[in-house]
Design a protein around this ligand. Structure first.
Ligand code: GDP
Length: 442
């Protein structure tokens, strides 16, 4: 996992929030201070950090959590939302046939990234060819040629030719049959005018579909001025941050590129050709906060302080087919920590629900949000109703909808799902393997 230290600090802050019995001014101040320290250590831009922590503090002090949501959960949500602003909104790289121009300084990983992208695109079924237009760095031609051989993609270059534009023109013609063409342009030690002019000319004359800026995460704050200068020269469409594996300071590059408001599309996480990841801010942040993968599942379960016996008892209830809404509420209270349900079912082979129903990715995505909402509704029911779901008639549903502010449709949907769950659980009652598997996941 990249940004390990930041992740550890943020996770411990999250644990502290959810474990605190009440939230007052002092807690909020303490928490924001800790966030500040963690982000600054990861080299996130000071101005951004101050802005973020001020906003978190202000929101946490002044906003009221929606009905049914605890103050603790609400602060976690506020922190999540504000951190996401630094990472940028979700914008997926469009996997369509195109010409991509890579720009960036020496040693930032441009050439390596060209190979990684070629492999990634080819895996997605898009034939790819690389064009060696770095006419300055000795050995750049050979390096790209070698990489093309390694990943088995197309290649065009003119050894010894010094006119980058000419090479690119010829390359685009020669590689006409490839769906994606990637131009590896020249780099320099620093951003001098000659380099700016060269990439500017290629951009103007060739008009590539996408210009991607390749930047080394270890550069930290220096990424800012570089990004800005290149953005002014060629209008960067997106960013690839390399060497995320080698630094705890990637916050610098991440926040610096936030300045030019270009999305980070990919991150490089190692020297091998497979070490590239599509960057998704939400997923990245969930993982950073410990809400996103199976390892985190175990942590979250620990956080909930469920003993093995309790987990066993909950599972027994879950599968007895006799459980009422109160039991369901108890189970959810224990299991419905942020991200847990998704991880829980996501951990099952092929994402299969017990009983044979398939849970697809989008359902998993919605599950957490839904659980939050359902807890609000369940909070508005009386004990009697929770224990005797059958009494929930139209009048009661109306009252619960009004009390929870969630609308009758959602209340009915909850009941529908409760019934379906009950039926489902009954049908897998005898499936010992499933229970064993759930236990090992815990
Ligand atoms: P260029 O001058 O920008 O074309 O840079 P290169 O592609 O030659 O890369 C410079 C060095 O960085 C090489 O040793 C690469 O193996 C290494 N490198 C590139 N990307 C990554 C990455 O994501 N992680 C790590 N650890 N090393 C990388």
């Amino acid at each position: 996992m990249v940004l390990d230290n930041l992740s550890e600090s943020l996770k411990s802050i999250m644990r502290k929030i959810s474990g605190s019995s009440f939230i007052d001014k002092d807690t909020i101040k303490e928490v924001t201070k800790e966030i500040q320290r963690a982000l600054l250590k990861a080299d996130v831009n000071v101005k951004l950090v101050l802005k973020l922590t001020n906003t978190v503090q202000e929101r946490a002090l002044n906003e009221k959590p929606p009905a049914g949501m605890t103050a603790q959960d609400y602060i976690i949500r506020v922190i999540y939302e504000e951190l996401l602003k630094i990472l940028g909104t979700d914008s997926n790289f469009d996997l369509k046939p195109q010409t991509i121009m890579l720009v960036g300084l020496y040693g930032n990983g441009k050439t390596t990234t060209a190979g990684k992208l070629a492999r990634l695109f080819m895996k997605k079924g898009l034939s790819t060819g690389l064009i060696a237009a770095d006419v300055h760095r000795p050995g750049a031609f050979e390096q790209l040629q070698q990489i093309s051989g390694d990943v088995n993609c197309g290649f065009y270059g003119e050894k010894g030719e010094k006119n980058a534009l000419k090479i690119v023109r010829n390359g685009i013609k020669e590689l006409a049959d490839f769906k994606i063409k990637i131009i590896d342009t020249s780099g320099r030690d620093s951003l001098d005018q000659e380099l700016i002019d060269e990439v500017h000319e290629i951009k103007e004359k060739i008009n590539p579909d996408t210009v991607l800026f390749v930047i080394d995460a270890t550069l930290g704050q220096q990424a800012g001025p570089q990004a800005k200068t290149l953005h002014d020269a060629v209008n960067i469409d997106g960013v690839i941050i390399t060497k995320m594996d080698g630094t705890g300071k990637a916050g610098g590059a991440l926040s610096a590129v936030a300045d030019i408001q270009s999305p980070v599309y990919f991150i490089g996480t190692g020297e091998h050709m497979d070490d590239i990841q599509i960057f998704n801010p939400k997923k990245f942040l969930s993982r950073l906060l410990g809400m996103g993968d199976i390892d985190a599942l175990m942590e979250v379960v620990k956080e909930t302080n469920i003993t093995e016996e309790e987990a066993e008892a909950s599972l027994d209830k879950l599968m007895s087919g006799k459980f009422d809404l109160k039991d369901m509420y108890d189970v959810w209270e224990k299991f419905a920590k942020p991200g847990l349900l998704k991880k829980f079912f996501g951990a099952l082979p092929l994402g299969k629900m017990p009983g044979g129903n398939k849970l697809d990715e989008s359902q998993l995505d919605q599950a957490d949000e839904k659980l939050r909402l359902y807890r609000v509704i369940l909070d508005s029911m009386t004990f009697y109703e929770l224990e005797n779901p059958d009494v929930l008639n139209a009048k009661r549903i109306k009252r619960i909808a009004a009390g929870s502010g969630q609308g009758e449709k959602n209340v009915r949907q909850l009941l529908k799902e409760y019934n379906a769950m009950k039926k489902n659980m009954k049908s897998i009652k005898k499936n010992r393997n499933f229970k064993k598997m759930l236990k090992t996941q815990l």
